[in-house]
Design a protein. Structure first.
Length: 225
């Protein structure tokens, strides 16, 4: 683990389609930084794994469901989904080519290599909002983790995902009875209300204790059947 005296080591720095992305090592941790904003590291992962499990539980036994994970990140959600044979297919949308490279042939392969080799897994290099607007595919679950939460987006244009129009796009991409699960570093009562107003049912927010700091949360809503 890192100590206060460790100096982060930059492993890769690239200019991507949405600004600078950096992979660095800090002690024993790998960290992803976007435009100077800390996104995530490999210190824990329990809330990212819970994001996937909460969506599967809300599907209530649906056979062979197809999950779309929004954001590859350090790979915790993908790896956890691929470990569960109940998922029929696992798709991941990631807009940063550098992040995909770090998983396919870089340090993050230690987390995701088995999942990427799984025949159920597909990686789509695209902006999530664009993908939801363009795809003809439908999913049983959307597990979204592209920001620090609905109220703390990595880039300004991501804010549209959590708006009424963005949630309508999520609903269109879900099969009847499908589940939308959104990761956040903090609760958002406003987003809960937007989910309900967009027609999602069973809206709730689940807190997940983490090793340091306040709990992460997962916002959950179900598209009506």
């Amino acid at each position: 683990m890192a100590t206060p005296y460790d100096i982060p080591e930059v492993l890769d720095r690239r200019e991507g389609p949405h600004g600078e992305v950096v992979l660095r090592r800090h002690g024993g941790l790998l960290q992803i930084i976007a435009n100077g904003c800390f996104l995530m590291d490999t210190s824990d992962g329990r809330s990212e794994r819970r994001l996937v499990d909460a969506a599967l539980e809300a599907l209530d036994g649906r056979p062979g469901p197809h999950v779309l994970i929004g954001g590859l990140g350090v790979g915790f959600s993908l790896a956890h989904a691929a470990e569960n044979p109940r998922w029929g297919r696992v798709s991941v949308v990631e807009r940063e080519p550098a992040v995909i490279d770090w998983h396919r042939s870089g340090p993050l392969a230690a987390i995701s290599a088995r999942a990427l080799a799984d025949p159920r897994t597909r990686i789509v290099e695209s902006d999530l909002i664009a993908h939801l607007g363009e795809t003809c595919a439908t999913y049983d679950a959307l597990c979204l983790d592209i920001d620090n939460g609905p109220d703390w987006t990595v880039t300004d244009d991501n804010g549209g995902l959590y708006s009424p129009a963005g949630l309508a796009g999520c609903a269109r991409a879900l099969r009847p009875g499908g589940v939308l699960a959104v990761w956040s570093a903090q609760p958002s009562p406003k987003f809960e209300g937007t989910l309900r107003n967009a027609g999602f049912q069973g809206v709730r927010t689940e807190e997940i204790p983490v090793a340091r700091g306040v709990p992460d949360v997962v916002h959950i809503g179900v598209r009506p059947g």
